[in-house]
Each structure stands twice: as structure tokens, then as C-alpha cells.
Design a protein around this ligand. Structure first.
Ligand SMILES: CCCCC/C=C\C/C=C\C/C=C\C/C=C\CCCC(=O)SCCNC(=O)CCNC(=O)[C@H](O)C(C)(C)COP(=O)(O)OP(=O)(O)OC[C@H]1O[C@@H](n2cnc3c(N)ncnc32)[C@H](O)[C@@H]1OP(=O)(O)O
Length: 214
């Protein structure tokens, strides 16, 4: 390895224009018309566990053999906290957490915010800034909040700290979730998993509840 990337001349026609267009807002930044709705009546009470949305979820499922098994606690408003302990099985570089897994932990936490609105939603876009390395055995303390809702779009942001809940920020994320109907899962999921999920009375009850207010 030479340690440097040889610079090549830019292909013809790809030169920078004399004036760059004004910086665009990220699609994960709520527009001015976005609102902060009240917590849904069905939202988990402040200080209680949000609970896993699906037993086999890689992020939160208690039955997943190698998942992150994250637990998320509802906050007072449109916010949650979560912890993710980085294990030896989560390495990217030696002794350091894999960035993709940290992103998964952020995705899971941000996704759980949707329970506060009682909305079934999927990640449309997720942006992550890795601010400092996260060693194995660290506990990532995550705080996430909804930053706005506009139609089916739910905007949210989170940060993950190490060395304690008020330690330095190691990772930041912003997300755009899109509200979906139950059919999103039933039409696209592998049939045998959908069948099993629908046979689970608890999940079925939960899924039907979404149908009333999709
Ligand atoms: C059978 C029982 C199942 C029961 C399940 C039970 C519970 C589950 C419920 C909730 C889950 C709760 C917690 C989950 C917690 C964490 C889990 C992690 C979350 C995930 O891991 S989840 C997997 C990864 N995720 C996907 O697998 C999505 C794949 N994708 C799609 O399925 C479509 O892409 C979709 C649905 C996103 C949109 O499709 P669509 O056709 O419905 O709507 P459309 O395209 O019109 O978008 C509407 C407006 O959003 C804008 N928009 C869309 N995408 C954008 C982007 N990327 N950037 C900027 N803007 C975007 C458009 O520009 C438009 O904007 P506008 O309205 O202004 O025009």
C-alpha cells in the first residue's frame, strides 16, 4: 500500500460550476410546516419500557439469537432513551464497534419513537455521523426525540454517548420514517414469517390496533 490515492484529472464536462447552488436542507430535517403532535393515548407511560415490536427483530427481538436485544425506555414527551452494550461480536476494527451496528442501534431507537405516536413506520432515510470511536465493552447511551411530523413523514434525531449518559457524543443520527399500513408487512414480508407473526395473538392485537389509525 502506498498510503495515498493518486489524483486523476476530472473527466471532461464534470468541472465545478462557477457558482454552487445554495446548500439544500437534508431530507431528514423537518420542514417549517412540520408539527410536534401530542403523545398518543396508547403511548407507553414515561419511564416504562417501550417493548419489542417483533420477537425476531435483529435490533430488539428477545428471541433473536445474535441480535442487539436493545431495550428502550419512553421519555416524558416525544423522546426515548436506550442503551446498547458493545460486545466482542460487534467489532469492525480490532476492539472497536462496527459503524453499521452502531447505526442499527440508532435506527432501532429512532424507530421506537413511533410508538409514542402509535404509528407503524419504516425507515426511509437515516443519516449518521460517527464522531468518536466506540471501544468494545462500551455502553452507548442513546437519547432520541421526534423533531417533527408532516403527513406520513416522521422526523427524528438522536445522539449516542459513551462513558455515561452525559459523556461525550460518539454518534449522531437523523432519520426520516414513513408511516405505512399493515399491508406494507403482509405484502412484502416472507409469507411463513408473516403467518407466524399473525398467529402470535399479542403481535396480532398490536398490528390490528394500527389498522384503526394507520
Ligand atoms: C404481519 C404483522 C407485522 C406486524 C408489524 C408490527 C409492528 C411493526 C410496526 C412498527 C415498527 C416499530 C418499530 C420499528 C423500530 C425499528 C425498526 C427499524 C426500522 C427499519 O429498519 S424499517 C426497514 C428499512 N426500511 C425499509 O425497508 C423501507 C423500504 N422503503 C419503502 O418501503 C418505501 O420506499 C417507503 C414505505 C419508505 C415509502 O414508499 P411509499 O410508496 O409508501 O411512499 P412515497 O414513496 O410516496 O414516500 C412518501 C413521502 O416520503 C418521501 N420519502 C420516501 N423515502 C424517502 C427518502 N429515502 N428520502 C427522502 N424522502 C423520502 C417521498 O418523497 C414522499 O414525500 P412527499 O409526500 O413529499 O412526496
Amino acid at each position: 500500500m502506498t498510503g495515498s490515492i493518486t489524483s486523476q484529472p476530472a473527466p471532461k464536462g464534470s468541472e465545478q460550476p462557477a457558482e454552487r447552488p445554495a446548500a439544500q436542507l437534508s431530507p431528514t430535517t423537518p420542514p417549517q410546516e412540520a408539527v410536534l403532535p401530542p403523545r398518543a393515548p396508547e403511548a407507553p407511560a414515561p419511564g416504562t419500557l417501550v417493548g419489542s415490536h417483533y420477537d425476531h427483530c435483529f435490533g430488539c427481538g428477545p428471541q433473536h439469537p445474535a441480535g442487539l436485544r436493545m431495550t428502550v425506555v419512553a421519555g416524558e414527551g416525544l423522546d426515548v432513551t436506550a442503551e446498547f452494550t458493545v460486545g466482542a461480536g460487534h467489532q469492525g476494527g480490532p476492539g472497536l464497534a462496527h459503524g453499521g451496528l452502531l447505526t442499527t442501534a440508532m435506527d432501532e431507537t429512532l424507530g421506537s419513537l413511533n410508538w409514542l405516536l402509535h404509528a407503524a413506520a419504516v425507515t426511509g432515510r437515516l443519516e449518521t455521523d460517527f464522531v468518536r470511536p466506540v471501544p468494545v465493552d462500551s455502553v452507548l447511551h442513546i437519547r432520541a426525540r421526534i423533531t417533527g411530523v408532516h403527513g406520513r413523514k416522521i422526523y427524528s434525531a438522536a445522539e449516542g454517548r459513551i462513558g455515561g449518559p452525559d459523556g461525550p457524543v460518539a454518534i449522531r443520527a437523523q432519520a426520516l420514517f414513513i408511516q405505512v399500513k399493515l399491508e406494507h408487512f403482509t405484502q412484502h414480508g416472507r409469507p411463513e414469517d408473516i403467518k407466524k407473526a399473525l398467529d402470535d395473538p399479542d403481535l396480532f392485537k398490536r398490528a390490528r390496533a394500527f389498522e384503526v389509525n394507520p
